[in-house]
Design a protein around this ligand. Structure first.
Ligand SMILES: [Zn+2]
Length: 325
């Protein structure tokens, strides 16, 4: 994936930078303390001698190696002493690493180092469009107490309803690889739809999955730019590809975009293409079913009905309650 390639380039640049910094430290310090340069040169010679001694399987090989190793240790000790005497840290002439475990290569014995996994996740977050405040929203912070537990006209209470939806969301993430479910969150604003979208996104991103989060107007904007802004075509192309291929696409606030023939077609295309490729989608909307039907063409509406599990959010706006608490 292009992500990994650009990250590996960063690692290479970092190693390069540290190498240059070391060269610079050396040249300044060697001018001041020439003995250190002698030591380095002797150490280089010694390591060549050691290699030779190992390759020449001579009789006194063991003896010779011992002498060479002793010399090596003495020189290294002298170097440390000189550094400390002159108030330099003992590792001043060693290469620095941001990650000592993998020496900034990203891999340990062919496996990704934890620093690389972390870096990839960061990159996924960046790509996902999740703002930093969204990152803090997660399943553990969900508050059922904000929902009324009084049932109305034969329905279950808003709190019971939220518990059901919440459990479905947890299962959605837990079994992400073994289902091809798409979720459709429908209900008035302020009932926790976006919060749950964010919690799902966060959980998946932390597991290293690619998630793209876009409000419906932004999504249309991105596609429009790609289609009509030829200056940006190249810049937008990889992102547009990700819209089709990422593990999960979340379209927030469906229905808030300016509804045009173009936006309708764009939404239909993206739904269709992802559904055909078994790529998962979550949609949230504040529109009710009548509004959905009148806003979107029959084919979009039936696509949604046929391919998504509907979750209806109801109750009072919890944002108002949070403000008065
Ligand atoms: Zn590492």
């Amino acid at each position: 994936m292009s992500n990994l390639r650009s990250i590996m380039k960063e690692y290479a640049d970092l190693r390069d930078k540290h190498k240059k910094e070391l060269e610079h430290r050396k040249s300044v310090l060697y001018a001041k303390l020439p003995r250190l340069r002698d030591i380095e040169e002797s150490l280089v010679k010694l390591s060549i001698d050691i290699t030779k001694a190992i390759l020449n399987n001579s009789q006194n090989r063991q003896e010779l190696l011992e002498i060479l190793h002793k010399k090596q240790m003495d020189l290294k000790a002298e170097r440390v002493e000189l550094l400390l005497e002159n108030n330099y840290p003992r590792d001043y002439l060693e290469l620095r690493y941001q990650c000592k475990n993998c020496k900034d290569t990203g891999y340990i014995d062919g496996k990704k180092c934890s620093c690389l996994v972390q870096r990839e996740i960061e990159e996924l977050y960046k790509q996902s469009n999740m703002s930093s405040s969204f990152k803090r929203e997660n399943f553990d912070m969900f508050r059922f107490d904000l929902y009324s537990n009084e049932a109305e006209n034969g329905k279950i209470s808003p709190q019971e309803n939220m518990k059901d939806i919440y459990r479905s969301c947890i299962n959605y993430v837990k079994n992400f690889d073994s289902h091809d479910k798409n979720l459709f969150f429908i209900g008035k604003p302020g009932l926790g739809k976006t919060f749950l979208c964010n919690s799902i996104a966060k959980e998946l991103l932390d597991a290293g999955r690619s998630v793209i989060y876009q409000s419906s107007p932004d999504l249309i904007d991105t596609i429009r730019k790609y289609k009509f802004d030829f200056d940006k075509e190249e810049e937008n192309a990889p992102y547009l590809e990700e819209l089709y291929h990422c593990d999960l696409l979340i379209i927030d606030d469906l229905g808030t975009e300016l509804s045009t023939q173009f936006s309708n077609l764009a939404i239909y295309n993206i739904l269709n293409r992802r559904l055909l490729n078994n790529k998962k989608i979550i949609i949230s909307t504040n529109l009710n079913t009548d509004e959905l039907m009148s806003t979107y063409s029959e084919r979009i509406y039936s696509r949604i009905l046929g391919s998504f599990s509907m979750y209806k959010f109801f109750g009072d706006d919890i944002r108002l309650k949070m403000r008065t608490m």
